[in-house]
Design a protein around this ligand. Structure first.
Ligand SMILES: [Zn+2]
Length: 363
């Protein structure tokens, strides 16, 4: 069993719906807690009995009050789950695992749980998710394959809403057709693979970046706080969002392809001191999304059962001849590896990817 968490792409109406449900959860939890505290003297009541009593009060009295009528428009599963949370909070308290439950406040963060009362539901792969009793919503990252789950927690972090749920399946079943590959990540080409395939960052990304640099120069020349500067800054903001979107899409396609195509993938550890000491290169690495690439590749490999091998960070993949093992210095501007020992002449990045493929952990 493993947990999946995905950011939701919500429009204003949907975000408001989520916020309302989070508020509903808070109100029900707090009403329940206050009723529970009032009943505390009634020692003969078990937790379940108390929760049943609270449910009766909420259903027969509270929900019928005009000021609480809005509750009837929202998912009743939120209300059920808020009371389950309350019950669990009290059992943890009684077992000495937690302190006495306290009133939920907006400051604790917004979240709520819904579930399907008809048992588990099938979630289809793709860019949307159907959440029981709430509706269908767009996802920031697609679901790679169909999953089965029953309980969904929706929470807000910063300005974004997330959905999380547990799935039974160990992983998505996939038969990768190819055995293994070594990947060299670079500034010139994003990824060079030991089978000679090359993946470049998408063209629109490069175009958008040129445009971004232009706008940033423009903004720096405009009078601070002026209307014109504000307009330029808002353009810059939109462009940043567009760039992030294109990059993410590119990385998703690439990492899904890799994890479903190869049985084993070898990549370099990117925390290379030398690389990060070089500021220009460090900036380029952050900019290109190497860390995001690694994050996506890690979880997709886990999901599809692909073996991911991270090569030792000190392995000099660029300096070794992949044909004979000769070692020489390779300044960054040298794009071809010309071996003085065996005479091979090979693209710098392809040579590195072959060395990464052939790397074996030392015993
Ligand atoms: Zn050689």
């Amino acid at each position: 069993m493993f947990a999946i968490k995905r950011a939701l792409k919500l429009n204003n109406r949907e975000a408001t719906l989520m916020a309302k449900h989070a508020g509903f959860r808070r109100v029900v939890f707090n009403l329940g807690l206050s009723l529970r505290t009032q009943m505390y003297g009634e020692r003969k009541f078990t937790d379940s009995k108390v929760i049943d009593e609270i449910k009766k009060v909420l259903t027969n009295h509270v929900k019928k009050q005009p000021e609480y009528a809005w509750m009837n428009q929202l998912s009743s599963r939120v209300y059920q789950n808020a009371l389950i949370d309350l019950k669990e909070a009290f059992s943890r308290y009684r077992e000495g695992k937690a302190s006495h439950p306290t009133f939920a406040s907006r400051r604790d963060g917004q979240s709520f749980t819904v579930d399907s009362s008809n048992g588990k539901v099938l979630l289809k792969s793709g860019n949307t998710i159907k959440i029981p009793t709430l509706g269908t919503f767009r996802l920031d990252e697609p679901l790679e394959c169909g999953f089965v789950s029953q309980t969904f927690t929706i929470s807000k972090e910063g300005n974004r809403w997330f959905v999380s749920f547990c799935v039974d399946a160990e992983r998505c079943s996939v038969q990768q057709p190819e055995s293994s590959v070594g990947i060299d990540l670079g500034v010139k080409s994003f990824a060079t693979m030991s089978n000679s395939q090359v993946f470049d960052a998408p063209k629109p990304l490069k175009q958008a970046k040129t445009k971004l640099a232009k706008l940033q120069r423009k903004a720096s020349k405009q009078r601070a706080g002026s209307n014109n500067q504000r307009k330029t800054l808002s353009k810059i903001g939109r462009l940043h969002a567009r760039i992030a979107c294109i990059r993410k899409d590119f990385l998703h396609k690439l990492t899904t392809y890799l994890a479903t195509t190869f049985k084993s993938i070898k990549i370099e550890d990117l925390n290379v001191k030398g690389l990060l000491a070089n500021h220009k290169l460090a900036g380029a690495i952050a900019d290109l999304g190497f860390y995001e690439f690694r994050r996506q590749l890690e979880y997709k490999c886990q999901m599809y059962g692909t073996l991911l091998v991270v090569v030792d960070r000190w392995f000099p993949s660029s300096k070794i001849c992949s044909n004979c093992g000769h070692k020489k210095e390779m300044p960054l501007q040298v794009r071809t590896y010309d071996c003085p020992t065996c005479g091979v002449s090979i693209d710098r990045d392809l040579n590195a990817s072959l060395n990464i493929l052939n790397w074996e952990p030392s015993a």
